[in-house]
Ligand binder design. Sequence first.
Ligand code: SAH
Ligand code: SF4
Ligand code: F3S
Length: 476
Amino acid sequence: MIDLQPTDKTHDEGRQGEALILDSPLKRNGKKLYIESYGCQMNFADSEIVASILKDDGFETTADYKEADVVFINTCSIRENAEQRVRNRLSQFGAEKRRNPKLIVGVLGCMAERLKSKFLEEEKLVDVVVGPDAYRDLPQLLNQVEDGHKAINVLLSREETYADISPVRLNGNGITAFISIMRGCDNMCSFCVVPFTRGRERSRDPHSILAEAHDLVDKGYKEVTLLGQNVDSYKWKSADADEDAAIEVNFAQLLEKVALVSSDLRIRFSTSHPKDITNEVLYTIAKYDNICNYIHLPVQSGSSRVLELMNRTYTREWYINRIDAVRKIIPNCAISSDIIAGFCSETEEEHQETLSMMDYVGYDFAFTFSYSERPGTLAARKLPDDISPEIKKRRLSEILVKQQEWSLRRLQESVGKSVRILVEGVSKKSDKDYCGRSDQNAMVVFPATEKIKPGQYVNVIIERCTSATLLGRIAD
Ligand code: SAH
Ligand code: SF4
Ligand code: F3S
C-alpha cells in the first residue's frame, strides 16, 4: 500500500485524529465533484490525481454534472480543434451555471496553463484556473472561490510528480490502469505546445511507481500502462549525499522492475521517442512475457528535411534503423505511430516520403493529424503555416487510407490463429459479447460465456476481422 501524504491542510487536521478529520468544517463533506477529461492519457491520469486530492478534502465524485457542486474540465491544447471542443463544452456548463449559480466551474490542464488568467477574462463563467503542476493547491483555491473570488494557480514546477498521491480510478474497469512515471517534456519539437503547458521533464521516484503497481495488483488489476511524454528518457537518481552511492534507474530498468511485480500483470507504456528508444529497452521487452509486444513510436514525418524543421532530432534513416532493431529483437512486435500532414513547407515529394515510410513499417495503427499552428511554439514563431487547408486535408486523407489498408492487413494476419487476450468487459456494441486486447494491442471481440469473467486471460480463435477489430470465439 502507498502511504497517502496528506495535503498541508489535512496534515494538521490529521494530527488531531480521524474523528476530527471527518467533522472538520474545513472539509467539504458530501460535496460532489464532476470531472471531464480531454487530450492524452496523461491528462486522464491527472484527473485521477485531482480526484484523490479532492477526496482527501471531503469530495465524492459523480458521473452527472447536473448534480455536482464543482465541475472541472481537464483540458488539452495540442491542436486548435481540441481547444474548440473545450470551449463548446464550457458553454454547456454555462447553461447549467445559470440554472444553479452556486456551481463552481474550473478549468484544469494544458489550456489552463497556456491561457492563464486570459481564461478568466474570456470565459466569465470560469471560477478557477489551475495548471498541471498546481493540483495540490486545489482545496485552497476552492476556498477562495467559496469566499467569492476568482482563483488561479498556473505555476509550473521542476519537482512535482505527485509521487505520493494514490489516484482515485475514475470510470475504470478495475482491470487496466495508468501509472504516470514522469511529467513534462524537454524536447521542444517545433510544432508542439506540450513543453509550454507541462513544463520541464522530471521522473517519478521508482519506489512510488512500484508501490502503485503492487497496490493495483492487490486490488485485482491485470494491466498497467506506464505514462510519460517520452518514457525512454525516464531517469531517476537517488538523492544520496555520497555521489558514488547514488542509484540511477533508467527506463529499461524501470520496465524490468515493474514486470517483476507480478507475472500476471501486463505492462504497456507510452510514448516512446525514436531518438531515445534503446536496444536495452527492446531486449527488456523481449525478455519478459508480461511486457506487451507493442510500441507506440511516433514518426511524425517520413522526410528528413521536415523532421529537421520539426526539431525531432532524428532522420528518416535513424527511424528506419530503430524499426529494424525492433523487428530483429522483438519479431512479433506491433508498432503504431503519430503522423502530421501538411507541416510548414512540406512538399508533395516529402508527403510521398511519409507514405513510403508507412509502407516500410506497415504500422498496426496510427493517429493522424493535420498540422495545426499553436501560438508560442517554435514553428509558430519561425515557420509560415503555408500549406493550404485543402492540401492538408487531401494529404491527411491519403495517409488515412494507407493506414486503413495496413491496419486491415495486420489484423488479417491473426485470422485463423489463437490469440491470448485479457478480458476487459462487455463489448461496446453488444452486451452478449466480451472484449479485450491482445498482447499487440488489437481489440478482440467474442461471444461471452458464463465460464469467463473480466480480468481473466483467455485464448480466442480469430475467425474474421474489420480494419479495427478482431472477431472470434473462445478456444476450447
Ligand atoms: N510526446 C509524444 C506526443 C504527444 S502529442 C511524442 O513525442 O510522440 C501527440 C501527437 O499530437 C504528436 O505525436 C503529434 O503527432 C500530434 N501533434 C502535436 N502537436 C501538433 C500540432 N501542432 N498539429 C498537429 N498535430 C500535433
Ligand atoms: Fe511534444 Fe515532442 Fe515533447 Fe512529444 S516529444 S510532447 S511531440 S515536444
Ligand atoms: Fe493535450 Fe496536454 Fe496531453 S496539450 S495531448 S493534454 S499534454
